[in-house]
Every structure is written in structure tokens, then in C-alpha cells.
Write a protein that binds this ligand. Sequence first.
Ligand code: SF4
Ligand code: SF4
Length: 425
Amino acid sequence: MENERFARMQKTTRLHLGMEATETLQRLTDFPDQPKAMDYFYDFFRRTFADGLTLPPRPAEQKVIGTMCLQVPDELIVAAGAKPLRLCSGAYAFDQVGAEMLPAKSCPLVRATTGMLHANHPDWGRELAAVVIPTTCDQKKKCGEMIATMPYPVYNLEMPSTKDSEASRLYWQESVKQFTLDLQGITGRKITARSLQAAITQGSAASALFRRLDDLRKSGGPVIFGKDIFLVTSGYFIDDPERWGNAVHHLITELEERKQAGLTVGNRAAPRLLLTGSPPIFPNLKVPILVEQSGGVIVADEVCSSNRLLSDGVAYDQVTLNDMVPAVADRALKPCTCPCLTPNHDRSRRLVELIRDRGIEGVVYQAFSGCLPYEMEQRQINTTLSGIGVPMLYLETDYSPEDQGQLATRIEAFIESIIARRRKK
Ligand code: SF4
Ligand code: SF4
């Protein structure tokens, strides 16, 4: 009886997920002048979400380590011969499964990720050698207890609540050192200085590629929409790194050619916007799509599913584990601007830097209902932005499609107000 109910839920969830992904892809592609090279990413997500969520193919002996937050250093997982798989889910179909298990007031990202692991546990329970959860936000920490009962092997990676002291830095380094040792037990593979060096090189290559792509958004008429950037980075969560890298490389080549030829996507003079807050992850690209359907263009972001994902390299002096493991830990902690950290002045600093660097005319702040850290930090960010004369639109939203009409009205009014400001100037 219980098994039958589960099978029915799984079937319905797969169906809903396929429909949700198809609808998002339709909306993503319904824009003029799309770069041809984006087709790789549209096809990748079409395939991956067509029948539930299928894990990308990999060598049979390779273990998969699921990660539930950007703060997990992927380099160590790669150095241990395993595949890191970022589990943060943006799917409403999985959110609905998670809603049966978690409080109604919890964050949709946490609900969707828990729901995804539950709906897939008969297969993924065998496939995931560990689910790594950093002790960043309370909801992620607590849902780990539930995920462990599904059952998945859950590993808590201890994270400090601040990054501004030497003590917190050392605490995190110790935590990452312990993770390095434990990973060897989980994967049965020794991490050597050489394997870690190769993993760091792979991560740095992806970062460098993403930086080149991101740099193309810095100035001039827009050559790519922000909604497509979020799709590209969502692909990095699950795709094979080499295939992903090749596809990004093709995209950059096409965009450079288009830039030289003076071609843009959409309106050349569209208001230049920055998106910050809770992370947009496919298929939940509702806010970026609405912003760009309303005539704005997202030329920068400060979210852990995009800009913060690939922006910093690992700085080490010697090819020894003693030198490289703390350097990997620093690479993960130093640039972190997640509101789980207190204080989090670095986030305001980063936003001001991006605004000045990219000629930003307005900021869209997305907070998932139930995400207290992002909800609470919006006042502080608003004060900083008011101080430099940049307007901010605060949107509280979730994964359901129901608030689209109301969001669209507010976004359109915000964009019109930016155009009016321009005229006055
Ligand atoms: S919002 Fe913070 S806690 Fe959540 S996934 Fe991003 S970095 Fe991790
Ligand atoms: S969006 Fe907020 S509640 Fe959700 S995982 Fe990130 S920090 Fe935690």
C-alpha cells in the first residue's frame, strides 16, 4: 500500500517536472535574437528533465557526492575521484513533495531539495555516496536530519557563522581538513597533492571561462540575457565539466563575434539591472524571465547560483596538501556573501562594486518566502543602495507560478520608474 502510494507520487512528480521544465524552456526561448550557442543548454535541460530528473552519464566506478550549498569545496571531491553534484533544486514539482514533509513556512529551495531526494530515493540512495550539508542556514542543517532517514549518508560540514576573524578562518580550515580525510573513506580513494592540483586546475579553468562570459555583460549593448546566464550556471551544477566548458567556450566565441558586429539581444538601451538575493535555479527562473520580458536586462548578479559560483581561483604556493587544502578552504570562505554570515558587510561592498563597474541603474532583490536571512538583510542592503542613489525592488516570492501576474506588475512599474529617472537626468 505504502509502496503503491510512493510509486503514484513519483509518477505524478515526474510528469509535473517534465511539464514545468518544458514551460520554462518555452519562456526562455521566446525572446528575439537569441545566441545560437544557447541551444546546447536548452537541449541539455530538455533531456535532463524530460523524464523526472536523470543524473548525467559517468563511468560506472565513479562515486557521486551530492552537495547542498555553494560552500562545499568541489575541488576536494574531484581530487577524490568522485563527481560533485549540486543538489539545490529550483523545481516546483519537488517543492510540492517537500511541502508534505517540511513546515509550510520553510524556504522553497530547502523544500524542493528535500522533496527531490525523497522522490528519487530508491535510485539515488544507491547512487549518492554522501550528501554534504554545510552548517550555513538553519533550514539546510535541520532538513539534513530528515534526509538521513530516507536514508542517505549525510555529512555535515561545519561552517563558522562569521568570516571576519582569524579564529573563524582557522575553524573552517580545520573543518575542511577533516572533510578531506573523511572523503577518502567515503570514496575509497586517496587525495594526493597531484590529484588536488589537477582538481584545482579544472576548477580554475571553469572559473576563468565563466569570468570571460561574465565580462561580456560589463558594458555596451547587451549580448546575452541574464536569464540565459542563470541557465548556463544551473547547467554547471549537474553537467559533465568538460562538455559544459566546451559549450560555454562556443557561447563566448559567438558572443564576441556578435559584440564586434554590434549585435545585441533585445533593446540596446534597456535599463541595466542587477539581481541579488535567494538563488534562481532552473526551472525556477520566474523572476529573471519576468524582468527581461518587461524590458530590463540583467547585466550583473550577486547570487550563489551564478556570479558567486565561479569567481575566485585557489591561491597556493606549494604543491603539498598542507598548503593546498587550507587554500581551498579560503577560496570557499573569503568570497562568501551568504546572509548566513554575520556580519555580512562584504555583500554590500560587493554590490556597490558591481553597480559602479557595470553602470547598474536598479537592483532587483529576490527573497524566497521563508528565507529569513535574505528577508532580514534586505533593509541593510536597501540603506546602502539608497546611499548611492540606486533604486531597489524587493520581491518576496516562491516556486509556485501563482504570483507571476502580481510580480510582473511590480517589475514593469519599477522598470518604468528607472526610464523616468533617466529622462529627468
Ligand atoms: S543561499 Fe547561502 S546557504 Fe543557501 S545555498 Fe546559497 S550559499 Fe548556501
Ligand atoms: S534561500 Fe535562505 S533559507 Fe533557503 S537555503 Fe538559502 S539561505 Fe537557506
